[in-house]
Design a protein around this ligand. Structure first.
Ligand code: NAD
Length: 438
């Protein structure tokens, strides 16, 4: 089948590459010439493990190409996927649909034959109907259907998630569109990965409900962690004991500095906004948003305490700034709240991140970038672990403590234990939801 993919970001590029690996002929389009030039040179503009190899394989096989020319890309395509960004609109929390609607209009103007216009971007309920109206208004003679196909992949594990999904959700209005979507996902269906077929509105809602639920689960354990610190419980033991209950499950139960990333912050805000617009308040989600902000602020207080009440004149080494490991994505990372608070308070901050520097350099002004944790920690007053990259999981803590001016650690991902830190010579250690020492 021939497929066009609009947008070569984290979702569009991974989906395009994986569809081509299914055997489909895929043309990926972006309006950013820098990205298309890189892709044409065989370079991947984002960091996603395994993507470079899979992309090269399918380019080599002649199934995957890249272009700036949307009209050319959709020539003969049975489906065209919209995988552009839907960031938070300034001011009101609503998802900004400018890019989705612009793509829909461009498709309408370029399409000649029957095509299914599939929205893969995360969009509020009712958007696919708006896409349908937009396409019909821009090209009244065009024979087309719309489909909603929200994406559930996680950055850092995107290829595996796409190739082995828990489920694929497809919202359609006609049998004809359902057949096209079935054809596209047939390789997964044959391998017993379930496809959930719904109406457009339910598909749109599934995505927001799923993300808001996961954000709630993380926020719940973060709030339990805060209480654990007060009552002397250990949140690691608590989440282990909770997660063994099959009704709860152990995923998304790791306490940390607050959720971030390109999806949870914006999708929870958008869902809260949808609730307000329909006079059906999403009170739980609204509280989750607030508690998550409080969680990030609580982290700053923790660091401030470890610095004796003031960041001024302190040197802090920060390990990890991306919102999670195995990605270069910095969007809404907790680091963007926590690091500027330290810099603003007069700290000299040194940052190390295996992939975050390219994005992070302009988002974190006033910090120094170091190449490894040991260099960053030399002469520092505080070591902060913000992202649990594998590289930071087996550090020589004795060497680190020995090289610091004041051996204090804030382990905001609970990678180490108070015992590890004490043994290595740290004089203060704080983590999340467990007693530390000072
Ligand atoms: P992104 O910002 O990484 O990529 C979007 C791309 O679309 C950019 O390269 C941009 O240049 C391009 N673009 C915008 N308008 C265009 C147009 N008219 N024509 C051609 N290209 C255009 O975004 P992303 O992280 O891939 O997210 C895309 C959507 O998928 C969002 O709605 C997001 O919520 C959703 N989503 C993201 C993830 C994730 O982990 N990133 C997971 C599931 C769903």
């Amino acid at each position: 089948m021939k497929i066009a993919m609009i947008g070569t970001g984290y979702v569009g590029l991974v989906s395009g590459v994986c569809f081509s690996d299914f055997g489909h002929e895929v043309v990926c389009v972006d309006k950013d010439p820098r990205k298309i030039e890189m892709l044409e040179r065989g370079e991947v503009p984002i960091y996603e493990p395994g993507l470079d190899t899979l992309m090269a394989k399918n380019v080599e096989a002649g199934r995957l190409t890249f272009t700036l020319d949307l009209a050319k890309a959709i020539e003969g395509a049975e489906a065209v996927f919209i995988a552009v960004g839907t960031p938070t609109r300034r001011g009101d929390g609503h998802a900004d649909l400018t890019y989705v609607m612009a793509a829909a209009e461009e498709i309408a103007r370029a399409a000649k034959d029957y095509v299914v216009v599939v929205t893969k971007s995360t969009v509020p309920v009712g958007t696919n109907a708006k896409v349908r109206e937009t396409v019909a208004a821009a090209n009244p003679d065009l024979d087309f259907d719309v489909a909603s196909n929200p994406e559930f992949l996680r950055e850092g594990a995107a290829i595996d998630d796409f190739m082995k999904p828990d489920r694929v959700v497809v919202g359609v209005e006609t049998d004809r569109a359902a057949k096209v979507m079935e054809g596209i996902y047939r390789p997964l269906y044959l391998r017993d990965f379930p496809i959930v077929t719904t109406d457009l509105e339910s598909a749109e809602m599934i995505k927001y409900a799923a993300n808001a639920f996961l954000a709630t689960k993380i926020t719940f354990i973060n709030e339990i962690a805060a209480l654990c610190e007060k009552v002397g419980a250990d949140v690691k033991q608590v989440s282990k004991g909770m997660g063994m209950d099959g009704r709860i499950g152990n995923k998304f139960l790791h306490a940390g500095p607050g959720y971030g990333g390109s999806c949870f912050p914006k999708d929870t805000k958008a869902l809260a906004r949808i609730g307000q617009e329909h006079a059906s308040p999403m009170s739980i989600v609204e509280t989750v948003i607030k508690v998550n902000e409080d969680t990030k602020r609580r982290m700053i207080d923790k660091l401030l305490d470890l610095c004796g009440g003031s960041f001024n004149g302190k040197t802090v080494a920060v390990l990890g700034v991306t919102f999670k490991p195995n990605t270069d994505d910095m969007r809404d990372a907790p680091a963007l709240t926590i690091v500027p608070a330290m810099v603003g308070g007069g700290a000299k901050v040194r940052v190390v991140d295996p992939q975050g520097r390219r994005e992070g350099e302009h988002m974190l002004p006033g910090v120094d970038w170091a190449t490894d944790p040991y260099r960053a920690a030399e002469g520092a007053d505080l070591l902060v672990i913000l992202t649990e990259w594998n590289e930071f999981r087996a550090l020589d803590l004795t060497q680190l403590a020995g090289s610091m001016a004041s051996a204090r650690m804030a382990d905001l991902r609970n990678i180490y234990s108070p015992e590890d830190a004490r043994r290595a010579g740290f004089t203060a250690y704080e983590s999340i939801g467990r007693s530390g020492f000072d």
